[in-house]
Design a protein around this ligand. Structure first.
Ligand SMILES: *Cc1c(COP(=O)(O)O)cnc(C)c1O
Length: 460
């Protein structure tokens, strides 16, 4: 019984719509040229289906909009701060909450509080904003993710796992005193939205405890990670996303959070820690960079909407539909023979641009070129995650040429329908059929920091 019932249909109905417009190919060719072949520089109104990012793009629920009306815009001690604090304690389990304007605000505070010049910060693959704050604070990022994560076709169920041997080797080589913390990301974004297993989190925590190294979670997609643990890890099939999320956090000492992802809000973030001294230090820095420690750059109403968003984010049905939609898109593209990162991750489908465009050298930015062509073909906006995003090695000045050269089709939460997914997959498949015609790109303007955001290119 029930064997036919595999649908991931959304646990909501639509109450309000936002019109979007189709454009002509000629219009799109002009737009992308004006944007320097960088999809970050397109105007949103020239985009038909926007899969640039899942960051801050979620549709809020009627309950979240109602929560916005409960905003207490007091400068200090807003009621909404206390309600968010209560929710973070209940669902994530950390003792202290320090709100920030978004995830990178929390990363800045954490890095400044904990990293000294010459320190090493291990992490399971880098994230752009996380690493730059670690570097600005004087640290060096060390990748300790398992090797499988760098292989786009390897179907490891927990490709986000930390390689504990790499971790032990680092401790042996530099000494625990030069490792201020481990930065553990859940559903590793740059690896394709790949989860970490509970066993791995537990083992990492115990290894770190032995050496007195704190584990700091990048909890941005921890609730989505919890859903994968429920599906794939023995012993968790009957636990709820909510219970699993709490357990993940119990093996860590604090977290940074971009509320714009799992938490279903358009802006916001936080730092949460258990250690009292670290909390005092962070509260003292947050007033410099973000705002008083009871708002940290967020409006009261936004804190209330985030509190409600967190409650909704741990619903099993929500995650089943969220991840189900990503898989629906990924499966269609995969079935047509287009190379993508496997297994299909949580928040996006990643096209393997190296395999898609083997005639281009990585310094001709195949993923950047492919994202631009996709926009021209159908008005679908995606994002490069490859050589442009990875930037230059500060020591050699050369492009980092990462193993993964990807185009990310990122799905906003609760925004698009299955029919939109069909439009996207049809366009990707058509481009694949004409892939030999796609030309590479060269820099026209290359910014110094996080160059992928503002770089401009010309066609080769
Ligand atoms: C988005 C993101 C961040 C940064 O958060 P912002 O809210 O964009 O500043 C950090 N880590 C991960 C994994 C992210 O996806």
């Amino acid at each position: 019984m029930g064997s036919r019932k595999t649908s991931w249909a959304e646990p909501f109905k639509i109450k309000m719509v936002e019109p979007i417009k189709m454009t002509t190919r000629e219009q799109r060719e002009r737009c992308i040229k004006e944007a320097g072949y960088n999809t970050f520089l397109l105007k949103s109104e020239d985009v038909y289906i926007d899969l640039l990012t899942d960051s801050g793009t979620a549709a809020m629920s009627d309950r979240q909009w109602a929560a916005m009306m409960l905003g207490d815009e007091a400068y200090a001690g807003s009621r909404n701060f206390y309600s968010l604090e209560e929710v973070v304690r209940e669902y994530y389990g950390y003792k202290h909450l320090i709100p920030t304007h978004q995830g990178r605000g929390a990363e800045n505070i954490l890095s400044q509080c904990m990293i000294k010049k010459g320190d090493f910060v291990p992490g399971n693959m880098y994230f752009t904003t996380t690493r730059i704050h670690q570097e600005i604070a004087g640290g060096e990022f060390i990748d300790v993710i398992i090797d499988e994560a760098h292989d786009p076709s390897h179907e490891h169920p927990f490709k986000g796992n930390v390689d504990l041997q790499k971790m032990e080797d680092l401790i042996k080589k530099v000494g625990a005193s030069r490792i201020p913390y481990v930065s553990l990301e859940t559903n590793v974004n740059m690896a394709g939205g790949q989860p970490v297993s509970m066993q791995n989190i537990k083992d990492l925590y115990h290894l770190c405890k032995k050496h007195n190294i704190p584990v700091m979670l990048d909890a941005t997609r921890a609730a989505e990670n919890a859903f994968f643990i429920k599906e794939r890890e023995k012993g968790y099939e009957n636990k709820s996303v909510k219970e699993i999320l709490r357990e993940i956090c119990s093996y860590t000492d604090g977290c940074t959070m971009s509320g714009k992802k799992d938490c279903l809000v358009n802006i916001g973030g936080f730092l949460a820690v258990n250690d009292d001294q670290l909390c005092l230090k962070a509260q003292n820095l947050v007033v410099v960079y973000e705002g008083l420690h009871t708002y940290g750059g967020m409006a009261g109403r936004d804190m209330e909407a985030m509190a409600q968003g967190i409650r909704e984010s741990v619903e099993d049905d929500h995650q089943a539909a969220r991840i189900g939609q990503v898989r629906y898109l990924g499966q269609k593209i995969k079935d047509a023979g287009v190379p993508i990162v496997l297994p299909i991750g949580s928040h996006a489908v990643f096209l393997d641009a190296k395999k898609f465009l083997p005639h281009l050298d990585q310094d001709e930015f195949p993923a950047q070129a492919l994202a631009a062509e996709l926009y021209v073909d159908s008005g679908v906006r995606a994002m490069e995650r490859g050589n442009v995003s990875a930037g230059r090695d500060p020591k050699t000045g050369k492009n980092r040429r990462p193993k993964l050269e990807l185009v990310r089709l990122t799905l906003p939460r609760r925004v698009y329908t299955q029919a939109h997914m069909d439009v996207v997959s049809e366009s990707v498949i058509e481009l694949y059929e004409h892939r030999k015609d796609i030309r590479g790109l060269a820099f026209d303007y290359e910014p110094e920091n996080l160059r992928f955001f503002q770089a401009r290119f010309k066609k080769k």
